[in-house]
Design a protein around this ligand. Structure first.
Ligand SMILES: Cc1ncc(COP(=O)(O)O)c(C=O)c1O
Length: 477
């Protein structure tokens, strides 16, 4: 049974029963009272609303007569199953829905109707998530002695977790920082939003890679910086363009450019750091999947090469652990840290202290390190399987772009199909691949006939089977 809490206006010229009737009718039509849900009894609703039983009984009578509800002997009243037209006209003037018909989807969220083979980029290998260990540690956090975790936490993130993150980043990415420089956030774009709030007083112009993730694009819309797109070469952005841009900060994904996957060469890294030092500018380094590199030596982060406090490092646990916990972090250089501390009262949205504590315990115990070793080897195998399957299926009629690290590659197909045809024909074969044009900063930067394939969430067998299906889908082009 549901409770109903309409706003009834005793002073209105409209009778109470009519107000109540309209309210329930609209709620049923809009689906907010789902079909077959039991409504409160007349006695209960009149008590709840502090009105006599008469208006409630009259409203129910009217709804019954019009078929919006049905009554079942000795059980009560139930919302009827309505055959609704695709678009429901508003039933009373002035009632306008403030909720968009489909709420915005988190980027990379799984599709409503994923195909049999979903090369979704936001997925991870679910079967490998250490559920048992995590559950055990989380249970520990929920013991009475840890009840302080039920309260607000430290605005900058739980100090013990920051200590673990600092140690981890040093080992895995060469990042040199003290735990006090770390600010824990609830996802990369939350962290970057916070950073942009800090930077907006200091900078007006931001140079950015000419293709960026959709979360980044959404963020750019909210901050009125002068954005200068930077072209991409096989070894990353052009440093001359950074100089020419007059920007006071640059946003880059140096380990694995998103989405093209190239790595910023060491030569360019040094030049970029020089630029930042000369211009007293900032480099925002988004190292979203820097832990996963499958060939050659690990490439140290830009932050690890920075002696002048110009790099702001951004990272996330979305790839290394799971996107669902929403834990990310910023490593702020000392100058910005001061700014953050001065204005920290405005930034009080943190990842949950319970999840932070669980993560800290997970890292402290060595389980995270073991998990990372396992995932690196597993994703390496999946990566190789994907490249092999692509080569086998398409030979010279396709290029894989940006392989060698991370959890996705791009595929450029030369069969005459456009990007949207590639996506559509794949879907007909039960395979989801993803367009790359939404990542272009401007429509003219989009590259033709290129789709994105994430491989983290698929088994090796499914990677092979999915690519086989793509071959069938695209061979008729
Ligand atoms: C460039 C980039 N940064 C960060 C992320 C992760 O974002 P979040 O930490 O909000 O899950 C992604 C997506 O997975 C991404 O593509």
């Amino acid at each position: 049974m549901i409770e109903l809490t309409p706003t009834l206006d005793e002073l209105s010229s409209e009778a109470l029963y009519m107000q109540l009737y309209r309210y329930i009718r609209d709620e049923i039509v809009a689906g907010r009272i789902p079909s077959n849900v039991r409504l409160p009894s007349i006695r209960r609703l009149s008590a709840h609303l502090s009105v006599s039983r008469t208006p409630v009984a009259l409203a129910y009578d009217q709804l019954l007569a019009e078929g919006y509800i049905r009554s079942k002997p000795r059980s009560g009243f139930f919302a009827a199953e309505l055959e609704l037209p695709a678009s429901i006209p508003s039933l009373h003037a002035g009632s306008r829905s403030i909720v968009s018909p489909s709420p915005p989807r988190a980027y990379h969220a799984p599709q409503d109707e994923p195909g049999r083979y979903d090369f979704g980029y936001g997925s991870i290998d679910l079967a490998s998530f250490p559920l048992t260990k995590w559950r055990k540690l989380m249970n520990r956090c929920l013991l009475p002695e840890n009840s302080r975790l039920l309260l607000y936490g430290d605005l900058q993130g739980e100090p013990e977790l920051r200590k673990e993150i600092a140690a981890y980043l040093y080992q895995i990415r060469g990042v040199r920082c003290r735990p006090e420089q770390i600010v824990v956030g609830a996802g990369t774009y939350h962290s970057l939003d916070l950073l942009f709030q800090l930077l907006k007083k200091e900078i007006t112009c931001l140079a950015v890679e000419k293709a960026v993730n959709d979360g980044m694009k959404a963020l750019f819309k909210q901050f009125p910086f002068d954005y200068r797109p930077l072209r991409l070469e096989s070894d990353g952005i052009r440093i001359e363009e950074v100089y020419a841009s007059e920007a006071q900060a640059v946003y880059v994904t140096p380990s694995h450019q998103f989405p093209f996957g190239m790595t910023l060469s060491i030569g360019k890294r040094m030049k970029l750091l020089n630029w930042a030092k000369e211009r007293q500018a900032y480099i925002i380094e988004n190292d979203y999947d820097g832990e996963f590199r499958y060939s050659g030596r690990p490439i140290p982060s830009l932050q690890s090469l920075d002696d002048d406090g110009r790099v702001i490092y951004v990272g996330t646990f979305s790839k290394s652990l799971t996107p669902s916990f929403r834990i990310s972090y910023l490593v702020l250089p000392p100058l910005l840290l001061e700014q953050f501390r001065l204005r920290r009262h405005s930034y009080d949205q943190l990842a949950s202290p319970i999840f932070q504590k669980t993560l800290q315990l997970f890292m402290e115990s060595g389980d995270f390190e073991r998990h990372m070793r396992k995932m690196r080897s597993l994703y390496h195998k999946k990566h190789d399987a994907l490249l092999q399957a692509i080569h086998h299926a398409f030979k010279d009629s396709a290029d894989s772009i940006g392989a060698g690290s991370g959890l996705h590659v791009l595929l450029r197909i030369r069969n005459g199909m456009s990007e949207s045809e590639l996506v559509r024909t794949a879907k007909k074969e039960g395979v989801n691949v993803y367009p790359t044009s939404p990542y272009a900063l401007k429509p003219e930067f989009a590259v033709p006939s290129t789709v994105l394939l994430g491989f983290g969430g698929l088994s090796i067998e499914d990677i092979h089977a999915g690519i086989d299906r793509l071959k069938q889908a695209w061979s008729g082009g």
